[in-house]
Design a protein around this ligand. Sequence first.
Ligand SMILES: Nc1ncnc2c1ncn2[C@@H]1O[C@H](COP(=O)(O)OP(=O)(O)OP(=O)(O)O)[C@@H](O)[C@H]1O
Ligand SMILES: N[C@@H](CCO)C(=O)O
Length: 318
Amino acid sequence: MAVYTQVSAEALSRFLTRFDAGELVSAKGIAEGVENSNYLVETTRDRFILTLYEKRVAAADLPFFMALLDHLADKGLPVPPAIKDRQGVEIHELEGRPACLIRFLPGVSVSHPTPAQAQAAAQAMGQMHAALADFTLERPNALGPEGWAPLAERCGKDLDAIAPGLRGDVQKAVDRVLTAWPAGLPRSAIHADLFPDNVLMLGDRVTGVIDFYFACTEVRAYDLAVMHGAWAFDGAGKRFDAEIGTAVINGYAGAFGLSDAERAALPVLAEGAALRFFLTRAWDWLNTPADAMVTRKDPLAYWRRLEFYAAHGSALFA
Ligand SMILES: Nc1ncnc2c1ncn2[C@@H]1O[C@H](COP(=O)(O)OP(=O)(O)OP(=O)(O)O)[C@@H](O)[C@H]1O
Ligand SMILES: N[C@@H](CCO)C(=O)O
């Protein structure tokens, strides 16, 4: 579920009077997603997504995310910008939470992408990187390489409750990846979480790229590494799909380009990306009560990816 904050019909109707968005017809909580509260709102004019930002999104970061979305939408990319009210304001407060009314985009996220869909999504990432070349705002990556050792430390010995010996193995993996981490690759604003559930599609066409709330300034090719890990394995991280992996790399390289240095760094970037999702999932796993209404995501699914990249990474991206 992802409705942490209930919005009353009265409060929502009042909220909508700030916009030229029509009057409230219906509002339904959206079950997908785990980070924020999302509603599908129908008015007499249109459909919108209402998002109330919860624990992981800091209000201070919203201007960066909204500027990024405006920048991409202005360049014609299928991303959902926030709707401006009559005063031109995008970021509001509702029921005590920061809130935005967001453009609704058609499409559905595919749970088992085909190579053609993976290629189209990777092309969309390439187009996004091209459009971000002149985006000047910056946001540090709180879940980037400098954050991994402290996060592993905070998970601590409880990691061994996920799998025996995991804590020591994680420390070794963090050390290994940080030692090999590339210096000097081009940096840019990136999405940083381009999983299949964050891409809306109709057939093989990308109709929406959503959920920019981890977007940050980072090594640009790291975005591609995140995508590769998220798209080219089954959910459990047990089976690698080489055809999807190739479609992701070729889709991106065809749309934006991939330098030799970036390609050579992909094995370690992919290991780093796997580590990032392993660590945040492990933290959530250890700190979310088993009976919470939120589905915990399996950290080991990303540990398996990390092991796969460590074993096969250099052959994979050659
Ligand atoms: N602009 C949009 N247009 C259409 N549907 C959207 C839009 N934004 C979000 N959705 C729908 O709402 C769902 C949840 O959105 P989102 O993934 O942003 O939630 P979240 O809680 O921030 O997520 P996550 O757990 O993936 O980080 C999506 O799966 C999608 O179905
Ligand atoms: N994509 C992340 C969740 C945060 O968006 C994961 O699957 O662990």
